[in-house]
Ligand binder design. Structure first.
Ligand code: ADP
Length: 483
């Protein structure tokens, strides 16, 4: 496995690596073995403020640099990332737990965001609007919002960063990045890549450590114009409330509670295989993974049989073992949440048809066996709250309207999926689903070229696609009088 130093100076401020001023450090743990991998700096408000100052100073030069030049640096970072995919994937698996094959996929996807936004940097067009008055001209000039605070989660420690800093840097913004405390190593690697690619000092700054204090430094700064956040709805709401004083822009990717609807006219082999992919990828720790499955009662038996055949074949273990399909959950609380959802469901009459229980393998990590339950009802926790683990509840429905109503019966609105071979029905149902993303016979919608984002309490704004740039750009209206 990859070698990591026992202590890392993980604060990158104005082009230099530092320890925390207090000398405090924070352990990074391998969730498969519970061994400490390394210690990183535990920074706080002091370091975050310095980083914001550095980003503010760097903004003028970076925002005025030609897009082509910015693009070249980003393209180089993309290339450096791809050149190092194996090592970066090993680091990711060590700190996050996901199987190596998934980690490699994530690094490639992360690099792809840099490539996409290296290209988009050159295409941030303005407008010339025909005026209603003969001696006036109207221009719309896109300009970078300014200093950006980026707060990222542990479930995709690499791609959630590039999906934010890619468009930010392309637009000409400068950044203070605060990664999740569970997975700082992937963030450090990305920053090193940009350092190597020739990013000017102060453009991208990294502060690991006290989430609340770093967040407060962002919130209380009049220089931080946008906070881009991916994480829980609870923290998203907190950031929204606290942003009011400075009327900051916000881009929020929050929780989800994705339904999968399997209609009676679905290709059941495809539906079962992809349901498995959606639910058990990253051990169920993705915000767009299926939280609940509604299957038409006429195909319930066939579908669950096929699904369970796939689930049985899954191998739980250390993600660094190439044969592993499901790695550990990130921590003890994550494990407890899955257990609570299962116990709550079973106590109210749900039937476990496969799996159940902590994995009793040889490793100490937070493992949970993939589990399928039926006889679930709408009021069970698993049908309402984000489980973020490998527990899959199956419920039946009898008609289309009922399935749509059940799917929409949530405060979340990130992703929903339908399986049907009927095009009319697929379009009809897609239009009625109150979600930012709908997968039709597909459960892997996240990609650099498409706008990813939720509605309702799942968030505000889009990441990915040319739409992703919009978050980081202000449209300046210029009215020109000709005298
Ligand atoms: P999860 O429960 O999945 O870890 P969180 O929303 O708690 O989701 O975390 C997502 C990111 O938000 C992480 O980087 C975390 O450190 C950060 N975070 C958590 N609380 C705060 C806060 N009060 N202010 C700023 N960032 C926070």
């Amino acid at each position: 496995m990859v070698q990591v130093e026992t202590k890392i100076s993980s604060l990158f401020i104005n082009g230099e690596w530092h320890d925390a001023d207090s000398g405090q450090t924070d352990a990074v743990t391998n969730p498969a073995t519970l061994q400490t991998i390394t210690e990183v700096a535990y920074g706080g408000e002091f370091e975050a403020k310095r980083a914001i100052d550095a980003a503010k100073t760097a903004f003028t030069e970076w925002s005025e640099m030609s897009p082509r030049k910015r693009s070249r640096i980003m393209y180089k970072a993309h290339q450096l990332m791809l050149d190092d995919v194996d090592r970066l994937a090993e680091i990711l698996t060590t700190e996050q737990g996901k199987p190596l094959k998934e980690a490699k996929g994530e690094i490639k996807g992360a690099a792809n965001f840099l490539l996409w936004y290296a290209e988009e940097a050159n295409r941030i067009y303005g407008e010339w609007i025909p005026s209603s008055q003969r001696r006036k001209r109207i221009l719309v000039v896109p300009q970078p919002v300014g200093v950006v605070g980026a707060i990222t989660p542990w479930n995709f420690p690499s791609s959630m960063i590039t999906r934010k800093i890619g468009p930010a840097l392309a637009a000409g913004c400068t950044v203070l990045l605060k990664p999740a405390p569970e997975t700082p190593l992937s963030a450090i690697e990305i920053v090193k890549i940009f350092e190597k690619a020739g990013l000017p000092e102060g453009v991208l700054n990294l502060v690991t450590g006290d989430a609340k204090a770093i967040g407060e430094a962002m919130l209380s700064s009049r220089d931080v114009r946008l906070i881009t956040f991916t994480g829980s709805t609870e923290v998203g709401k907190y950031l929204m409330r606290e942003s009011a004083d400075h009327v900051k822009k916000l881009s929020l990717e929050l929780g989800g509670h994705a339904p999968i609807i399997v209609f009676e006219d679905a290709d059941l082999d495809v539906a079962a295989k992809l349901t498995l992919g959606s639910k058990y990828r990253n051990a169920g720790q993705t915000c767009i993974c299926a939280n609940r499955v509604y299957v038409h009662e006429s195909v319930r038996e066939k579908f669950s049989q096929k699904l369970i055949e796939h689930v049985e074949a899954l191998k739980v273990g250390d993600g660094s073992d190439p044969s592993t399909d499901i790695g550990p959950l990130i921590n003890e609380q994550a494990l407890e949440k899955v257990e609570n959802h299962l116990n709550d469901a079973v106590s109210q009459g749900a039937e476990v048809v496969y799996g159940c229980s902590k994995w009793n393998g040889e490793l100490d990590g937070h493992f949970y066996s993939p589990t399928v339950v039926t006889n679930v009802t709408d009021d069970m926790a698993v049908m309402n709250e984000e489980t973020f683990g490998p527990l899959l509840p199956l419920q039946t429905f009898t008609d289309e309207d009922e399935a749509i109503a059940q799917a929409n019966n949530t405060d979340y609105g990130l992703a929903a999926y339908i399986f049907s071979e009927n095009l009319d029905r697929s379009l009809r149902v897609m239009e009625r689903l109150e979600y930012g993303i709908v997968g039709v016979n597909d459960v892997f919608p996240a990609t650099a070229e498409a706008p990813f984002g939720g509605i309702k309490q799942s968030g505000i704004g889009k990441e990915g696609g040319h739409h992703g740039i919009d978050e980081f750009v202000e449209q300046k209206y210029v009215s020109i009088g000709m005298h």
